[in-house]
Design a protein around this ligand. Structure first.
Ligand code: PLP
Length: 222
C-alpha cells in the first residue's frame, strides 16, 4: 500500500477540532517521510529514543518542535536539553530534577507533561494518581524553577473495548480537572491533555484530549 504522508495528515486534520493539536509520532520513520510531513506544514514531531532524536534533530529543519514521548533515562537528558520543546513522559521526581538541572545550564525553562499510569498493563510507565498528587502537594516543584508543568499525558490499555478506553480517558480527564483546580488554577500553561493515538484518538478527543499523538496512521507501519 502506498503511503501518502501529506494526504494522511490532511485527512486527520480535517477531523480534528480546532483546539486539538496534532503531534506526528515519527519514531522509527526515515528522514524522508518526516520531511514530507514537514513540507506539508507539520511542525510538531515526537520521538521515543534519545539517540534517534539526536540524529533527526541534526538533519532536519530547526523550526521543528520536538516532543519526547518515551521512557527517558536521567543520564540522557543532557543530549536533548538544549532544544527539546516538550517532554511528555515525565514519570519520576528524579527525572524532573534532572531536567531542571540541565535546563538551568542552558538558561531555559523546559516544558513537561506528567505521565499518568492508568492503563492496566504493568509494563506501562508513569505516576499513579496517588503518587502524582503526593508530588504536587509536596513543595518539590518550588525547588525546580526551570521546569514548567504544562499538563498530563497518558496511554490507554492496548486492544480493549471502546467503553474501557473511554473509562480510562475519563479517569485522566477527571484527574486533570482536579489537579488544575487544586494546583494550577491561575496558571494558563497547565492546559495540555495528551491522550489518543492512531487507534483511539477519536474516543480520546471525545473524552477530554486536546493533544493527540499519531504515528502509524500518518507514516504507515513501523
Ligand atoms: C508510538 C507512540 C504513539 C503513536 O502510536 P501509533 O499507534 O503509531 O499512533 C503515541 N504515543 C506514544 C507514547 C508512543 O510511544
Amino acid at each position: 500500500m502506498k503511503n501518502n504522508v501529506a494526504e494522511n495528515i490532511k485527512n486527520i486534520k480535517e477531523g480534528l477540532p480546532s483546539d486539538v493539536s496534532l503531534v506526528a509520532v515519527s519514531k522509527y520513520q526515515p528522514i524522508d517521510s518526516i520531511k514530507e510531513a514537514y513540507d506539508f506544514g507539520q511542525r510538531i514531531f515526537a520521538e521515543s529514543h534519545v539517540q534517534e532524536l539526536v540524529k533527526k534533530y541534526d538533519s532536519l529543519p530547526k523550526d521543528i518542535q520536538w516532543h519526547f514521548i518515551g521512557h527517558l533515562q536521567t543520564n540522557k537528558v543532557k543530549y536533548i536539553a538544549s532544544y527539546i520543546s516538550l517532554i511528555q513522559s515525565v514519570d519520576s521526581i528524579k527525572l524532573l530534577k534532572e531536567i531542571n538541572k540541565h535546563a538551568l545550564k542552558y538558561n531555559r525553562v523546559i516544558d513537561v507533561l506528567l505521565e499518568l499510569h492508568i492503563a492496566s498493563e504493568e509494563s506501562k510507565t508513569g505516576f499513579t494518581l496517588d503518587k502524582c498528587m503526593e508530588m504536587l502537594s509536596s513543595n518539590i516543584l518550588e525547588e525546580l524553577p526551570n521546569v514548567r508543568i504544562c499538563g498530563l499525558m497518558m496511554m490507554a490499555t492496548n486492544a480493549v473495548s471502546d467503553s474501557k478506553l473511554k473509562e480510562e480517558f475519563l479517569v485522566a480527564y477527571d484527574f486533570f480537572n482536579k489537579v488544575k483546580a487544586k494546583y494550577f488554577y491561575n496558571d494558563n500553561h497547565f492546559a495540555i491533555r495528551s491522550w489518543g493515538m492512531s487507534g483511539d484518538y477519536k474516543i480520546a478527543i471525545d473524552n477530554g484530549s486536546n493533544m493527540v499523538r499519531i504515528g502509524s496512521m500518518i507514516f504507515g507501519d513501523r
